[in-house]
Design a protein around this ligand. Structure first.
Ligand code: GLN
Length: 303
């Protein structure tokens, strides 16, 4: 497969686009990002890397990190996790609150904000140094000790993350949060503020395309866990646009309001895109279009 040629074609088509969506402006530090950035990286089953555009530039991964906290929590507590968070798509925006009230503080799934806050609570309870251990977990999978948090973005979100405070207090009121809200949200805002490039993202998320083993072939997750995490990405990774992403792209994946998307085809490839402009559902506009082109041009998708 001529992945490099295909990425170059997608890059050339994408950079010409005028309609790029809008940067996330509810987190002040993300509102500054240049709308014209565009990068892609793909790693194939042999571990060969292909890139185009701004693939080496780091950005705020935001909700893409929810898959990694879920993975670490799964490793630590196994299926007990499912007592506290569900695995059904919510059909609602990522920061929606009313379902949480209706369903008594048990979030629909771990990839909406409320679900990721419960997962963060599990990690805060389980780990002595949650932020450090989480970072090491990613650095080890990616074989890249340079990956770190952007503390400025974390602080920026702490000041304006009112809906996340609302969700956390609601969850706490139903008894589904063990630790205090500030401690849990400090961890949550840091996980969202991870800075990674498309290249670093594919080096990390390759583990989900490679049945739980990283590029160096070390095991991080067992087969059953990878199968389940990929299923959650497919059904819940794009919030109330998960159906559209499956329909247009046909891969499990996860987006973030920093404009990144990671997607993968088991046993074949892992791909990441970055274009900061978001569509009204909070997913990268050009990123989604680029991935639709990728699965159409390669004729490779899970369907
Ligand atoms: N940090 C963001 C928030 O909590 C993450 C949202 C996202 O990337 N969809 O609102």
């Amino acid at each position: 497969m001529n992945y490099q040629g295909i990425l170059s074609d997608i890059y050339n088509e994408s950079v010409k686009k005028q309609e790029r969506g809008e940067v996330a402006n509810y987190i002040p530090d993300l509102a500054q990002i240049d709308l014209n950035k565009f990068g892609m990286a793909l790693v194939d089953e042999k571990g060969t890397l292909y890139t185009c555009g701004d693939a080496k530039e780091q950005f705020s991964v935001q909700s893409i990190s929810k898959v990694l906290t879920l993975s670490l929590a799964f490793r630590l507590v196994g299926d007990d996790l499912l007592q506290r968070v569900g695995v059904e798509p919510s059909g609602d925006p990522f920061n929606h609150l009313s379902l949480l009230e209706q369903e008594q503080g048990k979030p629909r799934n771990p990839l909406i904000n409320a679900g990721a806050i419960v997962v963060a609570d599990i990690l805060v309870s389980q780990l002595k140094n949650p932020k450090e251990t989480f970072l090491e977990f990613i650095q080890n999978i990616a074989n890249d000790p340079s990956i770190t948090f952007d503390t400025k973005v974390a602080q920026s979100e702490k000041k304006t993350g009112f809906r996340n405070y609302a969700a956390a207090y609601l969850i706490k009121s139903f008894g589904n949060l063990e630790n205090d809200v500030d401690t849990v949200l400090d961890f949550y805002f840091h996980q969202c503020a991870l800075r990674m490039s498309c290249e670093q993202l594919v080096n990390t998320y390759y583990v989900f395309a490679n049945r739980g083993k990283c590029l160096q072939n070390n095991p991080y997750l067992d087969l059953a866990q990878v199968k389940r995490i990929n299923a959650i990405m497919l059904t819940c990774g794009f919030y109330d646009e998960a159906g559209e992403f499956a329909f247009e792209v046909g891969l499990p994946g996860k987006s973030g309001v920093g404009g990144g998307i990671v997607a993968l085809l088991p046993d074949k490839f892992c791909v990441a895109t970055w274009s900061p402009g978001l569509n009204p559902k909070g997913n990268s506009k050009l990123g989604m279009e680029a991935l639709e082109k990728l699965t159409t041009k390669t004729r490779l998708s899970i369907f």
